[in-house]
Design a binder for this molecule. Sequence first.
Ligand code: HEC
Length: 457
Amino acid sequence: MRGFASIFVLVFAFHAAAEEVSFQRDVWPVFKRHCIGCHCEKKAKGNLRMDDVSALLKGGKMGALFKPGHPDDSLLISQISGEKPEMPENEPPLSGAKVKLLRDWVSQGAKIDGPPQFELPKLVIPAVYETAPAVASVSISPDGRFGAAACRSEVVLFTVDHDESPRRLPTDFDLVTHVEFSPDGTRLAVAGGSPQRFGGLMIFNITSGQKESERRVGSETFFKGNFSPDGKSLALGGGNGAIYIFPLDSDAPPKLIDLHSDWVTAVVYTRDGKQLVSGSRDKTTKVSSVDGLSLLRSIDESADFINAVAADSLNAISGGNSKVLAGFDLNLALGGVEVSGSGNGARPVNNRSQYLRAFESQSDAVMSLATSGDGKLLAVATRGAEVRVYQTDTRAKKVSLTKVPTPVFAVSLNKDGSRLVLGSKSGVVQVWDTTSSTLIKSLKPVPVFGDGFQGTR
Ligand code: HEC
């Protein structure tokens, strides 16, 4: 018999526990459905807000909304009960089950086990846009035949030499911040995410157009990144100050190097794939070891945000809002730092002048940098009205493209640097031949009303 008794106690206890009313799970959905239309921040009838914990605890102009443990002395319950309940005003009364639920909740102490949850607005990619979205990132395939442009939540893939209609690849990111063809041109990486919610990465196969993989990581969006030279990994800058290194041929989680105190706006591999150069809103440019997953050295401290980084065969290059484009001789900058070691190696910047390799001054904030696949050319986009291409070995300017839509937000060069694609704030994408400085193609990647698209909105 004792056994039965304890089973009984257990079952009873289980039932009692199962009927514990949760604010977040049970009560909030009732408030959300029937009450907050008139009791929220924008419209607080009777001075009562029901969409926020502290406001719920405060009550309205008649005072407290509930007295924990005493449903019969609670305004909340009296307003929804009776022959003709006062609330919800001018609407059908709550069902008996919902009234009981709210009563039980108050009887049990009106505990608030979590804040009200709101569904986030569903992301919609318009078939036709009202205004062209700014192009945040572009890439051109190594052979120069394909281009890709990030337009808000989607990526548009287009051919350079033909007039086939562009292919639109949707994502579920609020913003795509990075697109990049793999070094062999077979894949397209698409990264971004939603601020304070998640970072996302999708890999598309260029030949099939199919999505190969898709991942969501952490609670912060990603910024710009780079394929490793062997195409096996992708490094991305994180909104939390870390660099994420994703293996592309396995589902293994990304490796992290946590090194900046603010957004990592851009990260690139050095040409041997052994190090990463990163720039941040914390104004620093840093070099870290891929194998050691650790910071090797802070090589520069700028006066303002760093927006873009690049690497050629000898140097790291960075630029940002301070309008300075700076190169850093990596051998000298890292001299004395144990490159393969696991120590923190983060020495203060003291012999910067010895390893600084300055470029000519820039007319405005540096927005984007790109090297050609062979590392010989560097393209520089600033907020100013031109895109410049430099010879990396001599630092000499090779080309200046002036008839560009300003400001240009993103640039990319193909393998031999003969073709450059750029994306602008105005939503226009252009492809240039850098050997003759001629415009090959100009397009608005997504359909926009007024640009030949009529019909109903
Ligand atoms: C269509 C609008 C509307 C809806 C929906 C509505 N209310 Fe109200 N509510 C009012 C108005 C208007 C008042 C102010 C009445 C007054 O001051 O005489 C009020 C006042 C109250 C008060 C008294 C606040 C105070 O301290 O003066 C409570 C409690 C209340 N509502 C609860 C609810 C609950 C619970 C729901 C959902 C089940 C609800 N209301 C839904 C319009 C609404």
